[in-house]
Ligand binder design. Structure first.
Ligand SMILES: C[S@@+](CC[C@H](N)C(=O)[O-])C[C@H]1O[C@@H](n2cnc3c(N)ncnc32)[C@H](O)[C@@H]1O
Length: 307
């Protein structure tokens, strides 16, 4: 297996924020290549445990090697939403949950995964490339309107409609099969401009990836499950890569940390009023202030503690 590396974002900051207790139980819900996991293990004593999750078969290979080397590690394969819901139903509890959303560098760098507009490869973009619809299957079957909505909603691509229509035209000639097929179509609308550093297909690739992997849906549905899995004083540490994800995290943490609203006409808080379940810890931490890694520029970390 290729030893592609992932440069972990906010490594020390995230593990610090988990406030690892020697005998605590932790879950790294986005294992990747295990950068955060390894530092958590360094801080855990012999009675602590770490559960690691990933939906990417290649990441899981690395997780299994770590498990073989360290009995404190257990590996769960699948989408974090499903895995964590199952853990909840089994009665599991954790002292800290870590999410480091998005794709890993190996996923981006390996042409055959189809995430990169800079390398030609099959137009795939699935984090779990063993299941679900690939980018090519979707782009070759969606209506122009569906594609336009996705390009606009997940990346605010200004030329969403024109690009969607060009894709429909192109696939009538020949179905899109590779990442460069998609790049070529996008470039007929977004002309390369050397004054703008961003690649003309950046936004379309981002939008397709978010859509294909249901990235925002996964985030929205997993956060309440993560909260339920936490023990009292347990930490929820979340690193987001783009503002759409961060908006969901911010809203979730804000809502869960708000005191019950007082009705001014009845200034007594009813006994059954919803009490805050989380306390926000520190201000959001931006990777740009801590990280050399250019890919991490937009990352932002939020931390909360279960009350
Ligand atoms: C940014 S990387 C994590 C890197 C990791 N913290 C490290 O230091 O190596 C994100 C990982 O989460 C996985 N992932 C993304 N969404 C997922 C989901 N919904 N369920 C399970 N794994 C997911 C990806 O496959 C990828 O391996």
């Amino acid at each position: 297996m290729e030893q592609a590396l992932h440069q972990t974002v906010l490594l020390n900051q995230a593990v610090e924020a988990l406030a690892v207790k020697s005998d605590g139980h932790y879950i790294d819900a986005t294992f990747g290549r295990g950068g955060h996991s390894r530092l958590i293990l360094e801080r855990l004593g012999p009675d602590g445990t770490l559960t690691v999750v990933d939906c990417d078969p290649e990441a899981i290979e690395f997780a299994k090697r770590l498990q073989q080397a360290d009995p404190r590690v257990s590996v769960e394969v699948g989408f974090f939403e499903t895995v964590m819901q199952d853990l909840l139903e089994e009665g599991a509890h954790f002292d800290g949950v870590l999410f480091d959303f998005g794709v890993s560098s190996p996923q981006l760098d390996q042409a055959e995964r189809g995430f990169s507009f800079q390398q030609d490869g099959p137009l795939d973009m699935r984090m779990n490339n063993a299941a679900g619809l690939s980018a090519a299957q979707w782009l070759n079957s969606a209506t122009a309107d569906e594609m336009k909505r996705v390009f606009w909603r997940y990346a605010e691509e200004k030329n969403a409609g024109r690009i969607a229509r060009k894709i429909v035209e192109a696939r009538e000639e020949k179905p899109l099969a590779t990442t460069f097929d998609l790049v070529d179509v996008v470039k007929t609308v977004n002309k390369p401009n050397y004054k703008i550093k961003k690649h003309p297909a950046t936004r379309v690739f981002q939008a397709v990836r978010i859509f294909i992997n249901d990235e925002l849906g996964q985030v929205e549905r997993v956060l309440p499950v993560a909260l339920k899995l936490l023990n009292k004083s347990g930490r929820l540490v979340v690193i987001s890569f783009h503002s759409l994800e961060d908006r969901l995290v911010k809203r979730f943490m804000r809502d869960a940390s708000q005191p019950p609203k007082v009705d001014r006409r009845m200034p007594v808080i009813p006994d059954d009023a919803k009490q805050p379940e989380l306390k926000l810890i520190t201000k959001p931490i931006k990777a740009v202030d801590h990280d050399e890694n250019v890919r991490a520029r937009s990352a932002i970390m939020r931390v909360a503690e279960k009350l």
